[in-house]
Design a protein around this ligand. Structure first.
Ligand SMILES: NC(=O)c1ccc[n+]([C@@H]2O[C@H](COP(=O)([O-])OP(=O)(O)OC[C@H]3O[C@@H](n4cnc5c(N)ncnc54)[C@H](O)[C@@H]3O)[C@@H](O)[C@H]2O)c1
Length: 348
């Protein structure tokens, strides 16, 4: 890595990329975009603990795609995978819900895993690392309200341990990147994602459950649930917009920077559930319920908004897809996937 080079840009066209945790919601969509923009190679490194081959099956015919089964806790596998790579996008992580089940295992992946990725980038002179962080670095609970900007501090009081452990692990991941920049000149950009939603949605992100579980209940003819009065704020980002942000982070001249990436505007959980009901063409009305005991919830101290102005300045990115359009796309994908599965089952 050379900090003295004029530009810190890694052009997508003709570039060779490794997406670590590539079989994920974010990885598969970013791979599609990098390929569409002319990348010479996109390697997807994953241990398939969460990610599924279903997410990346559509890429198998493309000669520029390489699928590498490997674990970020095994440094030799990362060293082999990063050879001749220009840009690494590091996505592999354990999020809050899974962290709640196994915090020791999760911390290993989110901290030692990041350190291994950095070491592999250093050893193989990777030109740029883009690290997938999260708005969880601002914490949760009553201290979180108003505009969240990149300098907003971490709040832990009154929030569930798993959410705080996850947020703190992302802070450490970011700081390991900064430390490697300082000591070895690692060229990196941290992208702090807000809750991601879109095609290939999974059940691992606590906030995205408001969308996917609502749709599942509607399909079963059950009334969708809203916790409390539904005035809680959530801020999402559409996965296609996020893929563009990842690509911009490579191409921009920015280095040693951290930026928020969020959708056009936040929503309340009641607005969100009503939108899913409307776009599902349902006449059901939401049912207000108490929080389920033992289920991790990501709370705040009132209305908040994750500001993405710094991303526009540093990497030339802003969101294009609002929640109405993004949810319409997610539901279309979900309905088509379920229909295809049913058709497959009928044939057996
Ligand atoms: N989904 C969200 O709402 C959200 C929000 C903020 C930040 N993020 C961050 O974005 C990234 C991607 O999120 P996603 O929703 O696409 O996640 P995901 O759970 O779909 O993907 C994580 C991927 O990493 C892989 N993985 C896990 N442990 C591994 C290991 N030890 N070695 C190799 N691969 C391993 C999994 O198999 C999976 O494919 C994560 O870093 C997450 O923390 C996600």
């Amino acid at each position: 890595m050379n900090t003295h080079q004029k530009s810190h840009s890694v052009p997508v066209k003709g570039g060779r990329f490794l997406l670590i945790g590539g079989a994920s919601l974010v990885g598969s969509t970013t791979a599609d975009l990098l390929l569409a923009q002319g990348a010479a190679e996109v390697a997807l490194f994953d241990n398939f603990s969460f990610g599924s081959t279903d997410n990346i099956r559509h890429l198998e015919g493309d000669k520029r795609v390489r699928i590498v089964q490997g674990d970020i806790l095994r440094l030799p596998q990362l060293l082999a995978a990063t050879e001749n790579i220009d840009g690494v996008l590091h996505l592999a992580a354990v999020m809050t819900i899974s962290m709640d089940r196994d915090s020791w295992g999760g911390l290993d992946i989110n901290i030692r895993g990041v350190q291994n990725v950095i070491e592999a980038c250093r050893a193989n002179r990777v030109k740029k690392l883009v690290f997938a962080s999260s708005n969880a670095v601002y914490g949760y609970g009553p201290g979180v309200a108003g505009d969240l900007v990149e300098s907003t501090p971490f709040h832990s009081a009154g929030a569930p341990p798993a959410a705080i452990i996850y947020g703190a692990s992302k802070i450490i991941g970011e700081q390991l990147c900064r430390d490697a920049h300082r000591k070895d000149g690692l060229n990196y950009v941290v992208v702090r994602y807000s809750t991601v939603y879109g095609e290939r949605q999974h059940y691992r992100a606590a906030n995205a459950l408001y969308i996917i579980e609502t749709h599942d209940r509607i399909k079963k003819g059950e009334r969708p649930r809203v916790i409390g009065d539904g005035s809680e704020t959530k801020h999402f980002v559409y996965v296609g917009d996020l893929a563009r942000a990842n690509a911009r982070a490579f191409e921009a001249d920015a280095t040693d920077a951290a930026v928020n990436v969020s959708g056009p505007a936040p929503v309340t959980t009641l607005e969100l559930v009503k939108l899913v009901i409307e776009l599902s063409g349902s006449k059901l009305t939401p049912e207000h319920v108490e929080p389920e005991a033992g289920k991790v919830r990501l709370t705040s101290g009132g209305a908040f908004r994750i500001d993405h102005a710094a991303a526009e300045k540093a990497i030339g990115w802003k969101p294009e897809i609002d929640m109405r359009e993004g949810i319409r796309r997610l539901l279309k994908w979900r309905d088509e996937t379920l229909a295809a599965e049913t058709a497959k089952g009928d044939k057996k």
